[in-house]
Design a protein. Structure first.
Length: 567
């Protein structure tokens, strides 16, 4: 477990204690331990209990840390979880619902399910409780509606793990001649509810072998009601995620892969061919194609990469570009937007730099949190200068690898940045991001970002909407106004590659490229392992057709430095 995961367990325990109205001193002992873990420079899992005590943890809390590392939990957390109704526990995940509010709902209204809470928010009974009001009740109802829409869905990084599990097991079976992933995974959807495969069997009578094999595969169960001889449907046992496995005939393998890997609107496209792609796939000549490239060629098109088969801009894109123009992970030469132990990261600057080098990058932008982000150990001016000195020393030590002096500056409520001009002037890369007051109207939120973009020290706009996939909607902004302003003021926009964010949304990539706005794939890494999240950013960028020549961190270190200076 990482320090962050350990801290989350202690935060949860503190919330549950508060929920059960335990004394505040006991609550603070757990939340204080969580904060100490978040700010710990060392990796707790690598320390002894004595070392934890020497670093300021009590003997009691250090024992709980070791219990978490060894068993995944500790006695007090297990007991509190057992005492809390499932629905009440789930209320803690609703945005704006702290333990105190949940306790009031539970004790005063005797509500123990999300369904009953939603009803209370809609019928007016919730707003009558002291401390709530009409606006709070409306926000709670809206948040519940949002969360309900996310049921049965998983983020891309989780779905890919489960897809790989099935793919690896199927690939070992002798009765399968060809296998291809399909569906949402093949299209790199940020949120996935079903993973799909297309199989070509060596023998027709192998259909029974497939069904028998899948029914015996650990972790999944067949949905017999919705399965058929040529379509096996099922569900994972431990996670809310569906499985579809299509069986096809030899002559139709590539047509079936194309069909099941494309959105309906992509299939309904009509080119010079009088029939659209969906109809064409039904004809015998198309079914006997030896590749997907051949099928696209028959309707007068070059091959369209899987992630782009969304029915939006791909047909225009392919007339102007080639598949080789699409951004690939190996095209990135540097990593932008990374945190260290100076703020809320898990690794030192040197460790982050060495890990970036190991991934083949030639530069790293360190962009710890700014001073207003007190919750993330944001840097005051003195610590900024201390970090600059360390970066200068490391640049001499690690040359020709280059570390750039950056900051993730909070965009304050009025749109200004988080330091005075003299301090901002010293940073090489200022990434401006919103982290607080997310409930603004579209007009106010847009004006807030526009002011930050107009600031001469802003070089990159970070995660533009602040969304957290499956947990929180992004705040509303006028994307066109924001992108137009970035074009005018030569500000790049990040595609935050953290799989919880993936923000800027891929649907706006085409418009940004039209406006000649640089886009960068930023891992928002808080650990050396987090640097690898760049992979997810590239995958969703491919959905939007991001060209390598429009991607800021495909520039060499010298070219990137020239861009900084020109900005």
């Amino acid at each position: 477990m990482t320090n962050k995961q350990l801290a989350q367990a202690f935060k949860l325990t503190g919330s549950l204690l508060e929920l059960h109205n335990e004394n505040s001193f006991k609550v603070r002992s757990y939340t204080g331990t969580a904060t100490r873990l978040e700010n710990l420079n060392e990796v707790a899992a690598e320390l002894t209990q004595k070392q934890l005590v020497d670093l300021g943890f009590s003997k009691n809390m250090s024992e709980k840390i070791f219990s978490l590392l060894e068993n995944g939990s500790f006695k007090e957390l297990d007991e509190l979880t057992a005492q809390t109704p499932t629905g009440v526990f789930e209320m803690l995940n609703i945005k704006g619902m702290g333990a105190k509010k949940v306790r009031v709902i539970w004790t005063e209204l005797e509500i123990e399910t999300i369904k009953d809470l939603y009803q209370a928010a809609k019928d007016g009974s919730l707003e009558k409780i002291k401390g709530f009001g009409k606006k709070t009740a409306e926000n709670i109802a809206n948040q519940i509606e949002f969360l309900e829409k996310q049921e049965g869905k998983q983020r891309i990084n989780i779905a890919f793990q489960y897809s790989d599990y099935i793919l690896q097991n199927l690939a070992k079976q002798d009765f399968i001649e060809k296998i291809s992933e399909a569906g949402q995974v093949k299209r790199h959807e940020p949120i996935i509810d079903t993973i799909s495969f297309v199989l070509l069997l060596k023998e027709e009578n192998s259909t029974k072998e497939v069904s028998q094999f899948l029914n015996n595969l650990d972790g999944i169960s067949q949905d017999k009601k919705n399965s058929s001889p040529f379509l096996w449907r099922g569900n994972f046992d431990e996670i809310d995620l569906k499985v579809e496995i299509y069986l096809t005939e030899k002559d139709n393998f590539y047509g079936k892969v194309l069909r099941e890997s494309s959105s309906l609107s992509h299939l309904n496209y009509s080119s010079n061919n009088p029939n659209h792609l969906e109809t064409s796939l039904l004809s015998a000549s198309y079914q006997k194609a030896n590749s997907e490239e051949e099928i696209y060629q028959k309707i007068g098109s070059k091959f369209i990469p899987y992630p782009q088969r969304n029915g939006l801009h791909e047909w225009k894109w392919i007339t102007e570009n080639n598949e080789n123009d699409l951004l690939q992970l190996q095209d990135l030469k540097g990593t932008i937007h990374n945190h260290s132990t100076y703020s809320d990261g898990q690794n030192s600057i040197e460790q982050m730099a060495l890990a970036a080098q190991a991934l083949g990058h030639s530069y790293l932008v360190i962009s710890d949190h700014s001073q207003s982000a007190f919750y993330a150990n944001g840097l005051n001016k003195e610590r900024v200068e201390q970090q600059w000195q360390e970066i200068e020393e490391l640049n001499q030590k690690l040359a020709p690898f280059r570390i750039f002096k950056g900051i993730e500056s909070d965009i304050l409520n009025d749109g200004s940045l988080d330091y005075d001009e003299n301090t901002l002037k010293g940073f090489e890369v200022v990434i401006a991001s919103v982290h607080s007051v997310l409930g603004m109207s579209e007009e106010k939120a847009t004006e807030r970002l526009l002011k930050a973009i107009q600031n001469p020290y802003t070089k990159i706009l970070g995660h533009p909407t602040g969304r957290l996939l499956l947990r929180r909607e992004g705040y509303p902004i006028d994307h066109k106004k924001i992108i137009d302003a970035c074009a005018e003021y030569n500000v790049a926009i990040e595609i935050n590659a953290n799989p919880h964010r993936l923000d800027l949304d891929w649907k706006w990539i085409d418009y940004a490229m039209q406006k000649n706005v640089w886009l960068c794939i930023s891992p928002d890494a808080h650990s050396t392992e987090g640097l690898k999240d760049t992979n997810w950013g590239v995958k969703v960028a491919q959905k939007g057709g991001l060209l390598k020549k429009k991607t800021l961190n495909t520039l060499s270190v010298e070219e990137f430095e020239s861009w900084i200076v020109s900005k």
